[in-house]
Design a protein. Structure first.
Lengths: 492, 131
C-alpha cells in the first residue's frame, strides 16, 4: 500500500500548530511582499506524526536490513560515535570560536590527522574536504599546482583505468585535465603495456582506485607506480576502499603521492541520507606544501612534561587554499575519531580482515550459481554477472528487484561498466555469518527462480509497497511536483 | 545470424557505431549490440548542424537507465542533419537502431577513412567475443 502525499491528506482549515501569543509589538510587512495563498498542506499534528512515522518505517537502511551495496561500504554506524558527537563541548562549539577556546576540538582534529597519516603512511592529512569526490578534486588540484610551480605546463593528461570509480574521470575533468582511459587485462589489473605506452611527458599523473571497483587488489601496483613516476607523473590513490587495507597496506609506503579517505565509509560515519560525508586527503612530502587548509598543528610545545601543547590553525605554505567553509565536516571527524579510538590499531586491522573474509565467503558460496568474471581472492567486495545462460530475459536489475522481496537491499547494479550486467556485492565486516548465510540463500533461490520462472523476477518486487517503478520515466521526467499548482497570480 | 542484428550494408566501429554511406554523405547511429548493452535509452545529446568532427571525435552522448556513453564519429566530416525526434523519443534507438533510430547525417571529409572500419561479419564476431 502506498502512503499518500501530505498534500493529498490536506483539507482546508486544518491546523497543526497553536502559535503562542505575540510578545513583541506587531509591525506591518511591506504589502508587495505579502501573499494570501500559500501552497502549504493543511494538516493536524496527529496527521503529520502518523504520515512521517509511516514513511520512516518504510525506510530501507543499515539499521533495519542488510545493505550489501558495493562500493558504498554500508557498515554499521556505532552508537558510541553518536554519543561522543553529542557531547556539549563538541556539539555546541561555535565554528568561529577562537583557537584558545577550542583547544579540545583542535586536539581531536590533530590526533585524527595524525592517525589517518599513520594508517596510510603519508606525511600529513587535511580534514577539509567535505566528501570523497571533494577529496579527489583537492588531490588533483594539488598535483596541478605541483607541476605548475615547477613550470611544467605541458602535463595535461591524467591516466584513469577503466576499473576506477566513476568519480575519478569526473574529477580529472573538473580539475582541467584530460582523462585518458586505460584498459584492464584479463585478470582485472591495469594493462601494463597500455600504461607504459601512455606514459610520457604530457602525463600529470594517474588516478587509481585500490582495491579496484572489481574488488581486486592490483597485483602489479608497484610496477604501475614506477611507470608513472618514471615519466614524471604523480600517483593519486582513490582510498574509498581503504576498508580492505587498514593495518595491511600503507599506500604512502607503496609510493602513492596523495590519497583521500572516506571517513563516511571506512571509519563508519553515517552516510546515504544520514551524512554528510568527509573526504580527508593525505599527502607525502612532495605535496605537503599544497594541502588544502587550514590544517591543525602544534603551534607551541607543551610548557611542562604532563601539559598539553597549544594547537592552532596553519595554512600550508603553497596551499591550494580553502576548499570548504569553516573546518570541514567536524561532526564526522568526531565520529571517525571515536571509531579509531574504540578499535585501536589491531582492531582496525581486524575490521579489514573481516571485511575481506565476508566478501570472499559470499563469493565462493555464489560462484557456481552465478558467473564471477574475475574469480580470484577478492578484497572487501566482488562483482558477479546478473544474467544466466539460456535465460536471456533476466537482467541484473530483475535479480535486484527480487532481492527486495527477500528483505535485502539490492547490491550496486551495472557498475563497474566493464562487467556485463554487473552486481557489486560488499557485505562489510559488521555482518555476522547468520546474515551472510540468509543473503546467500536468497541469491541461490533467485538463481533457481530465474531458470524456473523468469517472470517472477521480471515483475518483482511483489512484497514492496510499490512494485516495479518506471525507471525510464524517472530518468526523463526531472521535475516532480509534489505540491498543488500555485495560484495563477503567483505564476504570472 | 548471431544474437544481435548487424546489417550487411553497413560499416562498424569498435565503439559500436554504424555508418551507412550514400555517395559523399553518410548516416550514423549505434548498433543493436550497443542499444542492448545500454538498456532503456533516456537521453541523447546531439551536435548542431554545421559542426565538424575528426574521425573518432566525440559528437554527442547517449544516456540510459544503466550508463552514459560518448558517441564517436566513424569518419571525419560535417554534420548535415540530426535526428530531432530523438529529443522526445530517444527510446526509438532501442526499438529501431538501424532505421528510425539514426542519430546524425554527415558529409564525409575523406572517404579513405572508411577503409579502417569493420564489415558486418567482423563486427558480429567482435560482439560475440565481448559477450
Amino acid at each position: 500500500m502506498t502512503e499518500p502525499l501530505i498534500y493529498e491528506i490536506s483539507a482546508s482549515g486544518r491546523i497543526g500548530v497553536n502559535l503562542p501569543q505575540c510578545d513583541v509589538p506587531e509591525s506591518e510587512l511591506p504589502s508587495e511582499l505579502m501573499r494570501d495563498e500559500l501552497a502549504l498542506p493543511e494538516v493536524s499534528e496527529l496527521q503529520v506524526v502518523r504520515h512521517f512515522t509511516r514513511l520512516s518505517q518504510r525506510n530501507f537502511g543499515i539499521d533495519t536490513t542488510f545493505y550489501p551495496l558495493g562500493s558504498c561500504t554500508m557498515k554499521y554506524n556505532p552508537r558510541l560515535n553518536e554519543d561522543v558527537a553529542r557531547y556539549d563541548g563538541f556539539a555546541k562549539l561555535h565554528p568561529l570560536t577562537d583557537e584558545a577556546g577550542a583547544q579540545g576540538a583542535l586536539a581531536l582534529m590533530y590526533q585524527l590527522q595524525t592517525w589517518l597519516a599513520e594508517l596510510s603512511g603519508f606525511s600529513r592529512v587535511s580534514l577539509m574536504p567535505a566528501a570523497g569526490a571533494h577529496g579527489e578534486l583537492a588531490g588533483i588540484l594539488m598535483i596541478r599546482k605541483y607541476h605548475a610551480d615547477r613550470g611544467d605546463t605541458k602535463r595535461t593528461k591524467i591516466l584513469v583505468p577503466n576499473s576506477a570509480h566513476g568519480t575519478n574521470p569526473a574529477t580529472v575533468t573538473m580539475a582541467g585535465f584530460e582523462a585518458v582511459e586505460l584498459p584492464s587485462d584479463e585478470n582485472g589489473d591495469v594493462d601494463l603495456e597500455a600504461l607504459r605506452a601512455a606514459c610520457d611527458d604530457t602525463v600529470a599523473g594517474m588516478m587509481i582506485t585500490v582495491p579496484s571497483t572489481l574488488g581486486v587488489f592490483e597485483d602489479q601496483i608497484l610496477e604501475v607506480i614506477e611507470a608513472v613516476h618514471a615519466c614524471g607523473g604523480l600517483m593519486y590513490m582513490d582510498g574509498a576502499n581503504m576498508n580492505a587495507l587498514m593495518g595491511i597496506v600503507k599506500p604512502g609506503e607503496l609510493g602513492f603521492d596523495v590519497m583521500h579517505y572516506n571517513l563516511h565509509k571506512t571509519f563508519s560515519t553515517p552516510h546515504g541520507g544520514g551524512g554528510p560525508g568527509s573526504g580527508a586527503v593525505g599527502v607525502n612530502e612532495k605535496l605537503l606544501p599544497y594541502l588544502p587548509g587550514p590544517i591543525v598543528d602544534i603551534v607551541e610545545a607543551p610548557q611542562a612534561e604532563e601539559a598539553a601543547p597549544l594547537y592552532g590553525w596553519v595554512m600550508p605554505e603553497k596551499s591550494i587554499g580553502r576548499v570548504k567553509a569553516f573546518h570541514g565536516n567536524f561532526g564526522m571527524h568526531i565520529r571517525a575519531y571515536a571509531y579509531i579510538r574504540a578499535y585501536g590499531g589491531e582492531g582496525l586491522k581486524a575490521v579489514s580482515e573481516h571485511a575481506v573474509l565476508n566478501a570472499n565467503y559470499i563469493r565462493v558460496k555464489l560462484h557456481e550459481a552465478y558467473h564471477v568474471p574475475y574469480d580470484r581472492i577478492c578484497a572487501h567486495e566482488f562483482v558477479l554477472e546478473g544474467r544466466f545462460k539460456g535465460v536471456d530475459e533476466v537482467h541484473a536489475l530483475d535479480i535486484s528487484k527480487r532481492l527486495i522481496d527477500y528483505g535485502f537491499h539490492p547490491p550496486t547494479n551495472y557498475f563497474p561498466l566493464i562487467v556485463h550486467e554487473a552486481l557489486m556485492i560488499e557485505p562489510t565486516e559488521t555482518e555476522d555469518k547468520v546474515t551472510l548465510d540468509a543473503f546467500i540463500d536468497a541469491m541461490l533461490h533467485i538463481a533457481k527462480e530465474a531458470h524456473e520462472n523468469p517472470e517472477l523476477l521480471r515483475s518483482a518486487p511483489h512484497e514492496a509497497p510499490v512494485s516495479r517503478v518506471d525507471e525510464v520515466r524517472a530518468a526523463k521526467q526531472l521535475v516532480l511536483c509534489c505540491q498543488p499548482a500555485l495560484p495563477q497570480a503567483e505564476t504570472d | 545470424m548471431g544474437k544481435w542484428k548487424t546489417p550487411d550494408d553497413l560499416k562498424y566501429t569498435e565503439s559500436d557505431e554504424w555508418i551507412r554511406v550514400e555517395g559523399d554523405t553518410a548516416t550514423i547511429g549505434i548498433t543493436d549490440y550497443a542499444q542492448t548493452q545500454l538498456n532503456d535509452i533516456v537521453y541523447v545529446e546531439l551536435p548542431d548542424v554545421g559542426d565538424t568532427f575528426d574521425k573518432d571525435g566525440v559528437f554527442g552522448s547517449i544516456e540510459s537507465v544503466k550508463a552514459a556513453a560518448d558517441l564517436h564519429l566513424p569518419v571525419g566530416g560535417e554534420v548535415v542533419a540530426v535526428n530531432d525526434g530523438l529529443e522526445d523519443d530517444p527510446e526509438v534507438i532501442n526499438a529501431d537502431p538501424y532505421g528510425n533510430g539514426w542519430i546524425i547525417k554527415i558529409k564525409i571529409a575523406d572517404a579513405s577513412e572508411l577503409d579502417s572500419l569493420m564489415d558486418a561479419a567482423a563486427y558480429a564476431k567482435l560482439c560475440e567475443e565481448r559477450d
